[in-house]
Design a protein around this ligand. Structure first.
Ligand code: F6R
Length: 607
């Protein structure tokens, strides 16, 4: 979704803004712009397209010259991607803003403003806020912001320039994230930490309904009544390298390769004496034992990690787990209450539906546990209990390393719960925990064989559509494999429980249709093989991902990738890697923008 940056310092503001925005490209955008205080007042440069288009435009038409300004990458919601709809937007002569989020009542506000004689140039909800601020502005920026916020509903973060307060940036947020960075002689606002990492690791987290003021003297914060707020200065533990490609062709490939380290960082600190220990996250065996039922609620890939969690927890802890899509959960009057545990999984910690689902669960009296990657994000801050995953910044839109650490946490939770419930003994828990710690080495071995997968992916390029099939944990994995492929290669695919095919879907199989079968679960092997034979007999070209001890006949697999074998329960940790790489190579080979697939945004802060 949209990205906001702002700069107050001594450097060429336009250059810093464009550079900082480039670190937010992963959020997804279709236009970009900046506004800078210059000798001639606030000058705006904006353009549809990529940051390169904006830079080109500034090269041809002149770059706003100054040291203080705001910038924006827009992911279109209200109005098509176009120069005029791009941010920043002016509200009359005095106010210029950039905005992330959605103004839900913009139509009503726009009508009111038009009735007062205001003229609009864009189709955006943002321009409505700019005009509203201008309407209420009588020389006191904080008073105008506070007054305008009373009228506005929705979630948003704003960076604001007032023409008669040169050198100053105001910022405010409701729900949508915003940080205020503090470097040597320079200050920043940004939607996310990677935007400022090159300049500083120190930042403040702007809270809900707080206003920030940045100028050459420093930064200050107040509430809507103008009362000063003292805030804690935080230090980002992500270094610059984490937000750079470091020689990899794409962030996605880099992040796939970072998985072994991400697992170690996430799992190792949560192991004590060979057993999972999550007490620092607020989780104890006693607390786990007492929950009546468990829900896992998330979106997309994070929801697929929840599916793995369901199979793992149900299998070894024998507790029923319901996995739900956050956007469904929140609107279907879920049957939850006191005594239920709701696990929310989210990389960004800002996904609007997941956040709303968590708030609903809290309101209904359930206990919430967040599994989140982004430090200090809304979901992380509002949950009753919190397990941070330590994947580091995930820049590619397609989630890989975040998924990997999310499922690692599902294992830790499953093991601890199973032990707490007496479903496994300490020796078995130790054995499983030790195996989890071995997975990074196995993954590293698989990554060394990426050429084999690249060759396999070549055979998918012309497919109109394909299927992923599997049973049990392999089905959960198939869902993730299928999502990865479609989101970045744009090849249509569906995941099916292998045993369900003959209830309808098998009619789709045509001669030459690729079917990717995941077959890592020994207990289900015979059944899965039968299903593979069924599609093969109908002309499918089969790609098998299986354990290394299985030597499939030609009537089962046209192509095969065998992964090292550990306990069946942990096989998703290994088998997901070839699926990620198949998607990656298919996308590269089709010439797509791998890290920024069309229409998608990294952090989905609108419903
Ligand atoms: C797909 C992907 C998305 C996210 C989903 C939830 O590769 O990344 O499906 O998993 O948008 O995002 P988070 O985890 O930030 O809540």
């Amino acid at each position: 979704m949209c990205g906001i940056v702002g700069y107050v310092g001594k450097k060429c503001c336009a250059d810093v803004l464009v550079d900082a925005l480039s670190k937010l490209e992963y959020r997804g955008y279709d236009s970009a712009g900046i506004a800078v205080f210059t000798e001639n007042g606030i000058e705006i440069a904006k353009s549809k397209g990529r940051l390169a288009d904006l830079s080109e435009k500034m090269k041809n038409e002149g770059k706003p010259d100054g040291n203080v300004g705001i910038g924006h990458t827009r992911w279109a919601t209200h109005g098509e991607p176009s120069d005029v709809n791009s941010h920043p937007h002016r509200g009359g002569e005095k106010v210029t803003i950039v905005h992330n989020g959605i103004i839900e009542n913009y139509k009503k506000l726009k009508e009111m403003l038009i009735a007062k004689g205001r003229v609009f140039v864009s189709e955006t909800d943002t321009e409505v806020v700019a005009q509203l601020l201008d309407l209420y502005y009588e020389g006191d920026p904080v008073a105008a912001i506070a007054r305008a916020m009373q009228d506005v509903t929705g979630s948003f973060a704003l960076g604001i320039l007032f023409a008669d307060h040169p050198g100053k940036i105001y910022a405010v947020r409701r729900e949508s994230p915003l940080i205020v960075g503090v470097g040597e002689d320079e200050r920043f606002i940004a939607s996310d930490v990677p935007a400022i990492l090159k300049y500083t690791a120190k930042y403040y987290l702007l809270e809900h309904e707080e206003i920030a003021l940045l100028d050459e003297n420093g930064v200050s914060f107040c509430d809507m009544q103008g009362n000063t707020i003292t805030k804690e200065l935080l230090t980002a533990d992500w270094d610059m390298d984490a937000a750079e490609k470091q020689g990899y062709e794409h962030f996605m490939l880099k992040e796939i390769h970072e998985q072994p380290e991400s697992i170690k960082r996430t799992v190792m600190p949560r192991i004590e004496n060979g057993l999972p220990d999550l007490h620092e996250c607020g989780i104890t065996p006693e607390s786990l034992r007492n929950f009546r039922s468990i829900y896992i609620v998330a979106c997309g890939t994070a929801m697929h990690a929840g599916m793995v969690g369901k199979y793992v927890i149900e299998k070894i802890a024998r507790v029923p787990v319901i996995v739900d899509i956050a956007s469904e959960f929140r609107y279907r009057e879920p049957l939850i209450g006191e005594g239920d545990l709701i696990i929310i999984i989210s990389q960004s910690g800002e996904t609007a539906d997941s956040l709303a689902a968590m708030r609903l669960a809290k309101k209904l009296g359930a206990t919430t546990l967040a599994v989140v990657n982004a430090k200090g994000s809304s979901i992380a801050r509002e949950a009753d209990m919190l397990i941070y995953t330590h994947a580091g910044p995930e820049i590619a839109v397609a989630s890989t390393k975040a998924y990997m650490v999310q499922i690692s946490v599902m294992y830790l939770l499953g093991f601890e719960l199973a032990l707490a419930k007496g479903k496994i003994d300490e020796a078995e828990c130790r054995r499983l925990t030790a195996l989890l710690l071995e997975t990074p080495d196995y993954i590293a071995q698989i990554l060394e064989r990426k050429d084999e997968i690249e060759a396999m992916a070549k055979h998918l390029l012309d497919a109109q559509s394909l299927l992923y099939i599997g049973r049990g944990l392999d089905y959960a994995l198939s869902m993730e494999g299928s999502l990865k492929l479609k989101e970045i290669s744009y090849i249509h695919s569906e995941a099916y429980a292998a045993g369900e095919l003959k209830h309808g879907t098998i009619s789709l199989i045509y001669k030459g249709m690729p079917v990717i079968a995941v077959d890592t679960q020994k207990a289900l092997h015979e059944k899965t093989v039968s299903n593979i034979k069924e599609v093969k007999a109908r002309g499918a070209v089969t790609f098998l991902v299986c354990g290394e001890s299985y030597q499939p006949d030609a009537d089962i697999a046209d192509y095969c990738f065998r992964v090292p074998e550990i306990d069946d329960l942990l096989m998703p940790m290994l088998a997901v890697v070839p699926l990620q790489l198949i998607a990656y190579h298919a996308s590269v080979q089709r010439g797509n923008d791998v890290d920024k697939p069309r229409n998608l945004a990294k952090s989905v802060t609108v419903e």
